[in-house]
Write a protein that binds this ligand. Structure first.
Ligand SMILES: [Ca+2]
Ligand SMILES: [Ca+2]
Ligand SMILES: [Ca+2]
Length: 412
């Protein structure tokens, strides 16, 4: 090859380089791909209110071709504990120039916030994909439409967070207790929450046979509940009914008030359990004075088959004597010292104790407080080693007017 020939080869190689480099770059930003490095969606009703992320929630991610008119589902994921989805490299057969994030208020594991038509509430956030085909950022929006005002969507977001916390706490508690008690019979099943302004009922409820078009067990949260406190109380109470129903077949049931005598002790137990769970979730082991001493200070409750009496007795099995509270009542029994005993932080004791109570509720299959109590005695306090602790339990129950067999002393 002569000099001219070599020059031609060099030029040809140079031309190839010039030709290939742009192609390689073009392949990196293919118009049928997108990279979601990080995306987070938060909801607020107005510019003056702090936004809330939609966390631990199902998210459908779509690619939309505005020219082709085609929408393709790219993936379905669950947002993390701060409402974020991240590190996704997504591809479609079609080119697309927009990306849509469809957030639901729940996930398959715990359930969703829905209407009584069984419609699953969701919100959509659509963005034009930038030239580098990378999505990265946090967005805050208000949503409204046929299904609600901006405030309503904000309450849906709060309800999602509350339910996420309640569910997570229960799962964590059972896990924490699993070293000390048999938890093999425990599983969690999802249940949806109906939050719907068209429901005509004053309170919240657990409906084992469904509600409206929903013909499966469901929880109804009244839409008058709009604060974090009210939503938490509603969810913890009805969630407790759902879990007891799964374990024992006990549905909700009629009662006049938490203070009135129930001829059927099953009513006092299942309602007392749900009130205990609601209260326990907010106050934990450090129960307040008025609550801890409620039963002995109210003649309607002491020794009588009422919802509050059972709640008080369950709380005393669970709570610990600590600091100033040790002198409040003659209750030196607690479930933690029976099953564990080792020192731990208050929050650790709280979690383990809740897991123990939940496991006893499930394992006993009890339908009355007496059944729960007898299960505890027969399985864990009948040995000669345990007579001191058993005597402490008997004393603690006597504070509530419950006898050594777990029966109401006066009326039950
Ligand atoms: Ca008490
Ligand atoms: Ca106690
Ligand atoms: Ca107590």
């Amino acid at each position: 090859m002569g000099k001219n020939g070599e020059l031609l080869v060099v030029l040809a190689v140079a031309a190839l380089l010039v030709w290939f480099v742009p192609v390689a770059v073009h392949a990196d930003v293919s118009k049928n791909e997108v990279e979601v490095q990080s995306f987070r969606l938060s909801v607020r009703p107005d510019a003056d209110t702090t936004s809330v992320p939609i966390r631990d929630a199902k998210v459908n991610v779509y690619g939309i071709g505005t020219v082709t008119g085609k929408t393709t589902l790219l993936t379905t994921v669950v947002s993390d504990s701060v409402g974020k989805i991240s590190n996704l490299k997504l591809k479609s057969d079609e080119e697309f120039d927009q990306i849509r994030f469809q957030y639901y208020f729940g996930n398959d594991e715990r359930g969703y916030v829905i209407k009584q038509t069984d419609y699953h509430y969701n919100v959509n956030h659509t963005r034009t994909i930038p030239d580098n085909r990378v999505i990265n950022g946090n967005w805050t929006s208000s949503f409204s439409g046929d299904n609600g005002t901006p405030s309503f969507y904000y309450y849906l977001t709060m309800l999602n967070s509350v339910y996420d916390d309640v569910y997570g706490n229960q799962v964590e508690a059972v896990e924490a207790a699993s070293s000390y008690i048999d938890t093999s019979q425990i599983s969690f099943k999802p249940i949806d929450l109906i939050y719907d302004t068209t429901i005509d009922q004053s309170g919240n409820s657990f409906n084992r046979n469904g509600k409206g078009d929903v013909i499966r067990s469901v929880i109804c949260v009244n839409t008058d509940n709009i604060t974090d406190w009210d939503l938490t109380n509603a969810v913890t109470h009805e969630w407790a009914h759902w879990n007891m129903y799964r374990a024992t077949g006990m549905p909700g049931g009629e009662y006049s008030s938490h203070y009135t005598y129930n001829a059927n002790p099953e009513v006092s137990y299942k309602e007392g359990w749900a009130i205990f769970q609601r209260h326990r979730y907010s106050c934990g082991l450090t129960n307040e004075f008025t609550n801890d001493t409620q039963v002995q200070n109210d003649a309607r409750l002491f020794g009588t088959s009422t919802n509050f009496t059972v709640k008080g007795a369950l709380y005393d099995i669970y709570d610990i004597n600590y600091d100033d509270y040790a002198q409040l009542e003659n209750d030196s029994f607690d479930i933690y010292q029976l099953f564990v005993g080792d020192e731990a932080t208050l929050s650790r004791k709280n979690l383990v104790s809740e897991g123990l109570m939940y496991s006893l509720m499930v394992n006993s299959r009890a339908t009355t407080f007496e059944g729960f109590y007898q299960y505890l005695i027969q399985n864990y306090l009948s040995g000669t080693d345990n007579q001191v602790l058993k005597a402490e339990l008997v004393k603690a129950m006597a504070v509530n007017g419950i006898d050594e067999n777990g029966n109401f002393m006066l009326k039950g």
